[in-house]
Design a protein around this ligand. Structure first.
Ligand code: 13P
Ligand code: SF4
Length: 440
């Protein structure tokens, strides 16, 4: 008899349920022997909205910055509704709104939310999907805060971008605050002199590069200082763009994407000092900074930091033909031990393109891995991390919040709108436009 379960390593004949939530509920009820990093994940996210912190899941141990947006109380009717009732209400609200609304779902989003999305994709694809609907009054972004901000930057001013739960931030993006980045820039000015003055080769001392996973304020900073945005798909192209204009790059917030990309381009590790905003000169010496090619901000993703070389060794021991693909937000040793590293869309396309039944061990967020395992039953697809530990911030968006924001729209009210102020939006757009122009 086939079983439906949350798979870490699917067995032949098992029917795979794409819902991570169902798997976690089964773990908590004792119906599944799999393991989760926090049994609180089985509770409704509204149980955590009133408290500071990222809530249960992979980012739970990270420090939430003061002033991070908080979600107000979700009305009781949505907290009490069954899954079936919420699905029915979401469908009815979407039908009533028709073309007036577009619902976007990130790859890491819960299956129960993704099932209602008009588009499912990575953060940049989704921001672009908004562009394809210039007449939609509202874009409901089921992702995290920086993604909704990017959609606001790229959409028309009349369009409202809505984040169903305001507490869905990104702990990595939050690790680079605008104040800390401004302070870093001032310290670099003390070391390198005028940061706008090109040398005899026409290169400025430092070009700032920010990963898409950063606040609009950081994108604006980068735009104002001759810098550029990158994604995990185009980081190499963007670093080439930056090296054509500067002696060095200041890369934030993700040290791992910066290190993995620069290393693949041949930059020695000794020329990649870290910048820890809690330490004077970022914790590096003036000499180290002088010889730097890439200064790496001390940021990381708590989801991707869970992947280890031991997990890869185990997967290879158990499945000698396994193909190991990890996201470049994983630590360098993990990327080096994997067969391939690539963005969420790269991982999805690599699996879709495999013509023969293949065993894949994947190093990225569990909601995407679980969905891919269900979508491609001809392959054996499992997550390298044996513990079910979703991105806690993505997990804050539950169908209850989606039903709430959509029903408010039907009633003529826009709630949870994300708006980037014009003084930030203009330079942030410049940094994004440079990225688009740098595309090979
Ligand atoms: P994408 O840019 O591939 O959507 O990834 C976003 C993210 O948060 C990865 O951890
Ligand atoms: Fe941020 Fe990591 Fe979650 Fe992506 S997976 S949204 S980088 S915390």
């Amino acid at each position: 008899m086939s079983a439906t379960f949350l798979t870490l390593q699917p067995r032949p004949g098992d029917e795979i349920d794409p819902s991570v939530d169902h798997g976690i509920q089964a773990i908590v009820s004792g119906a599944s022997t799999a393991e989760t990093c926090n049994t609180d994940l089985a509770a409704g996210p509204w149980d955590f909205d009133a408290r500071p912190g990222y809530g249960p899941g992979s980012s739970m141990g990270d420090v939430i910055p003061t002033g991070a947006p908080r979600q107000g109380e979700l009305p009781a009717e949505y907290r009490a509704a069954s899954e079936d009732e919420l699905h029915a209400r979401i469908r009815a609200a979407k039908a009533a709104l028709g073309e007036r609304v577009v619902v976007l779902g990130h790859f890491y989003q819960r299956e129960e939310v993704v099932t209602h999305a008009d588009y499912v994709g990575d953060s940049f694809q989704l921001a672009n999907a908004a562009l394809e609907h210039p007449d939609a009054e509202a874009i409901v972004f089921c992702g995290v805060h920086f993604m909704a901000e990017t959609a606001d930057l790229l959409s028309r001013p009349e369009q409202a971008v809505i984040l169903p739960n305001l507490a869905a931030g990104c702990s990595m993006a939050d690790m680079a605050s605008i104040d800390d980045v401004e302070e870093c820039w001032e310290q670099l000015e003390d070391i390198y002199g005028d940061l706008t003055a090109p040398d005899a080769d026409g290169l400025v001392p430092v070009v700032p590069v920010t990963y898409m996973n950063s606040s609009a304020a950081i994108k604006g900073f980068v735009g104002r200082h001759g810098g550029i945005v990158c994604t995990s798909s185009n980081a190499r192209t963007v670093l080439e763009w930056a090296f054509a204009r500067g002696r060095r790059v200041l890369f934030f917030p993700d040290q791992h994407l910066g290190r993995n990309t620069a290393k693949a381009m041949g930059v020695p590790l000794a020329q990649m000092p870290m910048w820890n905003p809690r330490k004077p000169l970022g914790g590096s010496s003036a000499d180290e900074l002088d010889g730097a090619r890439v200064i790496l901000w001390h940021g990381f993703c708590s989801v991707h930091r869970r992947f280890t070389v031991d997990q890869i060794d185990k997967a290879r021991a158990e499945h000698p033909d396994v193909r190991v693909i990890v996201h470049p937000e994983c630590p360098m040793a993990v990327v080096d031990a994997a067969d391939e590293a690539g963005s969420t869309d790269y991982i999805r396309k690599a699996i879709a393109a495999a013509s023969e039944p293949t065993t894949f061990a994947i190093g990225t967020e569990i909601n995407l891995v679980q969905r891919l395992a269900a979508q491609f039953p001809q392959h054996k697809i499992f997550c390298l991390d044996p513990v079910v530990c979703p991105c806690s911030t993505m997990y804050r968006i539950h169908p209850g919040y989606l039903a709430w924001v959509l029903e408010r729209l039907v009633a003529g009210e826009v709630v949870n709108r994300i708006t980037v102020p014009a003084d930030v939006a203009d330079p942030a757009r410049v940094a994004l436009e440079r990225m688009l122009a740098a595309k090979p």
